[in-house]
Write a protein that binds this ligand. Structure first.
Ligand code: PFF
Length: 534
């Protein structure tokens, strides 16, 4: 794994840092974080979010990367080599899952009960390998609809250049966008084409390999992304009335902060940091033992948070200055913003739109390529396929599933036969569309469960003591330095080798991983699926 010149690993810390940052910085930063912040207390929410990221994001990301590097293998292997795949905890987990399934059945959620019950059965049969299996499955599902959104960004760039997107009202944007977002009329197959072009771009990067593909492109695209954001920020902030947007985004407002804001921050941290689906694990398996995982983790998290805050500063001043209401999600990016950018005086609307959608496309692309890795590494590691064919197979499956997503953004009308079946399974209350179904299955159910399983596996089954050993490889001693000395900026004189301090960052990390992370993640999960209402 550590041979130089090997295209299957990172060239060093910078390559890993930018690739991991590329994975984390995506739509979550651009259309989710700014709106979530604006509606949850502004500046106070940012502080809470940073706290959540430090308390759960940092420990979990370090754990995932350490697990991957220690195993030097794909997720399925990682969850079965470092500790026995089956342990008493496996049975405890399976039993808890079964109890959960029964509760769901009784409380009128049969579809949820079926899913959880099936996972319990897999746990009994495969033990912790089950987690590895889902690390292969979830990215495939996510990429299916991430690819559709990637396709929209490409269509938008092309249309802006052609001058089709020169609307100045949200209604105008709605008229142009609706057929695209809903894949109706002439756009039915145009959207599919956009998605396929986006997936082809992912494929060509991934096929070039870890170092010559993912790393090389991340090194070019990530700086470009930040430059584009800076340009948009300068433009937004210099518009008259921009301050209103800044105030919406960042002005502290304690009345908007509730318990559910904290839970929302947990969910956001998970999604935006690409945690809980084996991505950081797989990226970690390509990492040399000379790299300091702790430092790299802080680097990725700092870049991701910076990008999220910068996105808010780029977006809301322009939106408010042009007199539009704040919103989030696809509505913000595909309707409000294009109209706002077009109305910027000076007749350069096309340029602002193209720059913005280019930024969005880059963010989506570097995240999408990371989603190919876990399933592809499982195919090549467990089924002995070549990297080339693993990557091609994964991309082909995602593209095919993505066609269904593209055709079903609005409702099931393009896929009425499938819709009917799903409705039957879902006992009459089918999710709005195929896209919604995959999204809620992944983000509300599987992601938090996988995150929880990862903390338990690394913290309790493999053991935080052994994980800490892995983290020490490449570390400059900061993990074993007294926390007080560390906070005061002192380096451990002996590189922390004699471990004489009681209260170190490493110890704090282990405690957070074993106790704090599982509890917070579980709370977020229960809140998400409606078991508790915060
Ligand atoms: N982190 C990406 C974002 O914030 O949009 C999304 C994402 C990418 C989630 C990759 C999960 C993932 F594995």
């Amino acid at each position: 794994m550590e041979h130089e010149n090997n295209n299957n690993n990172w060239s060093g810390q910078l390559g890993f840092l930018l690739a991991a940052a590329g994975s984390s910085i995506g739509l979550g930063n651009i259309w989710r974080f700014p709106y979530m912040t604006g509606t949850n207390g502004g500046g106070v929410f940012v502080l809470i979010y940073i706290l959540v990221v430090l308390l759960i994001g940092v420990p979990l990301m370090m754990a995932e990367i350490a697990l991957g590097r220690a195993a030097g293998a794909n997720p399925v292997r990682a969850f079965s080599t470092l500790a026995p795949a089956r342990s008493p905890l496996t049975m405890v987990t399976a039993t808890l899952l079964l109890i959960g399934a029964v509760i769901m059945l009784v409380t009128g959620n049969p579809a949820g009960a079926l899913i959880v019950g099936a996972i319990a059965a897999m746990f009994i049969a495969w033990g912790w390998k089950t987690v590895g299996f889902f690390c292969g499955l979830v990215p495939i599902i996510l990429l299916s609809y991430y690819g559709v959104i990637g396709g929209w960004t490409l269509i938008y760039i092309a249309d802006s250049i052609r001058g089709v997107n020169n609307f100045t009202t949200i209604q105008g944007a709605d008229e142009v966008m609706k057929p695209i977002l809903y894949a109706s009329g002439n756009w039915k197959w145009g959207v599919v084409a956009g998605q396929l072009v986006f997936m082809a771009a992912c494929l060509s990067i991934s096929l070039a390999g870890v170092r010559k593909g993912i790393e090389r492109w991340s090194k070019m695209l990530m700086p470009l992304l930040f430059i584009l954001m800076c340009v948009l920020i300068v433009r937004g902030l210099t518009l008259p009335g921009a301050v209103k947007g800044l105030r919406f985004f960042l002005e502290p407002d304690l009345s908007k902060l509730t318990a559910s804001s904290i839970i929302a921050a947990v969910g956001q941290a998970f999604f935006t940091l690409s945690l809980g689906m084996g991505i950081m694990l797989t990226y970690g398996s390509y990492l040399s033992r000379k790299t300091d995982i702790t430092k790299a983790t802080f680097g990725v998290i700092a870049l991701d948070t910076l990008a999220a805050v910068m996105a808010g500063i780029a977006i809301f001043p322009a939106v408010f200055a042009m007199g539009f209401p704040a919103s989030g999600g696809p509505d913000l990016t595909f309707k409000v913003l294009p109209a706002a950018f077009n109305m910027i005086p000076g007749g350069l609307g096309v340029i602002w739109n193209v720059l913005f959608f280019l930024m969005l496309a880059i963010a989506a692309l570097t995240s999408a390529i990371s989603l190919i890795e876990p399933p592809a590494s499982i195919l090549s590691g467990e089924f002995k396929m070549s990297r080339k064919w693993s990557v091609i197979t994964v991309t082909a499956v995602c593209s095919l599933l993505g066609v269904f997503c593209a055709l079903s953004m609005a409702d099931w009308s393009n896929l009425s036969a499938i819709g009917k079946v799903v409705e039957k399974i879902w006992y009459g209350k089918a999710p709005g569309s195929f896209f919604d179904m995959l999204d809620s299955f992944c983000c509300n159910w599987i992601l938090p469960m996988l995150g929880l399983a990862t903390t338990i596996y690394v913290g309790w089954v493999w053991g935080s003591r052994y994980a800490l050993k892995e983290l020490r490889e490449g570390n400059d001693g900061s993990l074993d330095n007294s926390l007080w000395l560390l906070l005061a900026g002192f380096k451990a004189k002996d590189g922390g080798k004699d471990r004489r301090y009681l209260f170190t960052f490493g110890i704090l990390w282990g405690a957070a991983l074993r106790w704090l992370c599982p509890v917070l993640v579980l709370l977020a999960f229960f809140n998400c699926i409606g078991v508790i209402k915060l």
